[in-house]
Ligand binder design. Sequence first.
Ligand code: F6R
Length: 591
Amino acid sequence: MCGIIGYIGRRNASQIVLEGLKHLEYRGYDSVGFAGVLNSKLVIKKDVGKVDEVHARLNFLEYNLKLAIGHTRWATHGRVTRTNAHPHTDCNKRIAIVHNGIIDNYEELKKELISKGHKFRSGTDSEVVAHLIEENLVDGKSFEEACFNAFKRLEGAYAILAIKNDEYEIVAIKKGSPLVIGVADHGSFVASDIPAFLNYTKKVVYLYDYDMVFLKPEPVFYNIGNGVMLKVERPIQSVEWDAEKARKGDFEHFMLKEIMEQVDTVQRAVAQDKRILEKIVGEIRRAKGVFLVGCGSSYHACLTASYVFSKVAKEHVNVILASEFPNYEHFLTEKTLIIAVSQSGETYDVLEAIRAGKKRGSKIISIVNVMGSSLVRESDASLLMHAGPEICVLSTKTYTSQIALLNLLAYTLSDKYEEGKRRLKYLWNVIYYLTSANTRNKIRKLAEKLLDKQHIFCIGRGLQYPTAMEAALKIKEASYIHAEAFAGGELKHGTIALIEEGTPCIVFVSEENAKEILSNAIEVKSRGGYVIGISPVNSEVFDFWIKVPECGTENPIVQIIPIQILAYQLAVLRGYDPDKPRNLAKSVTVK
Ligand code: F6R
């Protein structure tokens, strides 16, 4: 939800911030803006649209600046307009700020500032920050002191960058929203996410909540959590991510690139230190009550895992949507184990769920892709997916990495680590075949048939039910075609009423439940439905068959891949950008 970036140093800050904004666009793309300092004056450029569109209109590269900040927006408070685009300024246009998050007490602050004569221009919560800093620039207080006094009054979640017309400095603060510092010999970066500056440095400093950083240009770290400015040390760490991985290369879209990467990413996910896996398994065995929590696709991975844990390890786990977790909090004790699953490690609802657990003494294990994320830092132990940056807003490779890791945990829990590993290694061949040009061409033919459909249904039983849910989500997000998933046995309890001549229904079949799910497929077919089989063997009930070899407990990893490709092709054929679907953002850092 919104991406922010700042650079201060000897290189051209305009260029660096523009590049950074392009890398951060997956976090929001309603509008974009940029602010820098030139001859003791603020230069501000902002407008509605994507980075390239706005840059083409306003030319972010007009000036060679040594200090700049930028913002790409996913609107929360205030409509998508130029005025509401960041940066926001104070009354006298001496201070510019960019903000990611939500200021919960902005109404109260705004009222107070208006009564003191401040003039607001936008309908955003963020603008109060600029005026609050201005209000605190009194009695000879420095810009840093004014920022500190302003930040102390904020409630909610925020990552903020502030600059002033006559200061060679960026002031940054983080609470609840992600923010990371990049360190290079020519200057410093500060951004919502590492890919924003990965072209320039792999040296990063992860921040804690209430960390306030003065970049001038070397970063100086304080923590203001106790209401005073406490100087702190924060270690510089190296990231293993490769800048190349954050580029599209020859691919037209990140989504396709990331789908293709699954040949490797599933293997990387399971290349884990066995001792850490065993330690986590020990926690699962000791726990009285295991909760798996996640949102969206990560929730579907948790649901999938609940079947595998039950089947392979005979272990019952509770799967709860992170946003619904407050309803279950009274079950938490110091014997509870929460396994939080998240690509970004910054999803607000997931962080709230684990924080509720921590308050009650529960143990927290997380499965995360982004190292150094809040979730990793707040967990007792973490397993990293090692999938590399996932830039497309839709999760593809990290979804299969999550399932691969959870499967390996389930096998380790039943003392079958080697078998689990072998099964997952075998997938390399299957994924290679599923992402080959042949399979993609075949799926393209299916996409051409489904192009103008209004509804698509997906059904599966057992392990295939969460796969059907993930399939429906992918189709909706990428192509905006309405898609809905059902457990095979549920269709006839109501929704079968919607099946008419030509209604597509994707049927996920495994050896284990072939008989039952094919009989559901026949029910659809006899009402005129167009049946698409994702199955190891063909059947006369299928109007279209995509062969996916039988992989048992690993079926959820391989069976989703053709649908990821289908969703991608539907988006492209319908003229949409699958990397940036409307209204969505990669990392949901708000409630
Ligand atoms: C769907 C998708 C989202 C995320 C969800 C959770 O393609 O990407 O549903 O899975 O927002 O995000 P993380 O995994 O970062 O917590």
